[in-house]
Design a protein around this ligand. Structure first.
Ligand code: UDP
Ligand code: MG
Length: 243
């Protein structure tokens, strides 16, 4: 147990070299928390940043009583940062948003509205403010993934999602699996998800960490890993216990 147990909803924010985004993040998240439909806190996961991000995060946490952080000793990738958030959060709901604020925390409320009915509610970026090339890559990757996984997900890369903690903890996590959450949630007995359009904004500061190679090739190969996983996923229910 930790401080996040005092909240209904933990917002995980993966951060890798985002020093120019932290002050805007702090302002935006602090403004959202009182508006949240569920009592919410923020959990920054510093993924081994080499710039000033961690110092900025610590400052933000010292100014905001509902902000917490964990910091990796070295860079481990976005899936690892999200998994660490899932592992450390103790609130019944978890969500995540990217540090670059290409989506806005205000839209968490759109997702929270439906979370009682579903295992996960995910945003889909209604009108994406990325380059035509990036949108093309994304359309191609989403199409191929849908064909391979039958997950029906229109935009798995959308960095705005809300899940029940118990669902999140049962998602098998490996590098790149953050792109497969809808498909992975559907592996769970009774697993379900809903897609809700959310707003999307251009990246205002810092740089994208992903490019053609790691955005396209990895996810294509991961589709085969998903096909392997699907019939092997473990679903069981304990009938009795005396722990
Ligand atoms: N990120 C991370 N570890 C990494 C790479 C990225 O925690 O190794 C974070 C990054 O700081 C951002 C989010 O993951 O908050 C998404 O990264 P980015 O915006 O670069 O990806 P894009 O939106 O361009 O796909
Ligand atoms: Mg981004």
């Amino acid at each position: 147990m930790n401080n996040t147990a005092n909240y209904e909803f933990t917002i995980i924010v993966p951060v890798f070299n985002e020093e120019d985004n932290i002050s805007r993040l702090e302002r935006t998240l602090a403004a959202y928390l009182p508006e949240s439909l569920r009592k919410a806190c923020v959990l920054f996961v510093d993924d081994g940043s080499k710039d000033n991000s961690l110092a900025e995060i610590k400052d933000a946490c010292s100014r905001n009583k509902d902000f917490f952080f964990i910091s990796f000793e070295k860079n481990a990738g976005l899936s690892a940062a999200i998994k660490a958030g899932f592992d450390h959060a103790c609130s019944p709901l978890v969500g995540y948003i990217d540090a670059d604020l290409q989506t806005t925390p205000e839209d968490f409320n759109l997702l929270l509205e439906d979370i009682d009915e579903y295992s996960m509610v995910t945003g889909i970026r209604a009108s994406r403010k990325d380059t035509a090339f990036k949108r093309f890559q994304s359309r191609f990757a989403n199409g191929f993934r849908r064909m391979m996984t039958h997950d029906g997900a229109l935009d798995t890369g959308c960095p705005l999602k809300v899940l029940h903690l118990e669902v999140a903890r049962r998602i098998p996590m490996f590098k790149g699996m953050h792109r497969f959450f809808p498909a992975l949630v559907l592996l769970q007995d009774g697993g379900s998800y809903k897609q809700v359009p959310v707003r999307h904004f251009p990246r205002m500061a810092g740089e994208s960490k992903y490019h053609l190679w790691n955005r396209l090739w990895g996810p294509l190969a991961d589709c085969f890993a998903y096909r392997w996983m699907k019939p092997r996923y473990l679903n069981f229910k304990v009938r009795e216990e005396n722990l």
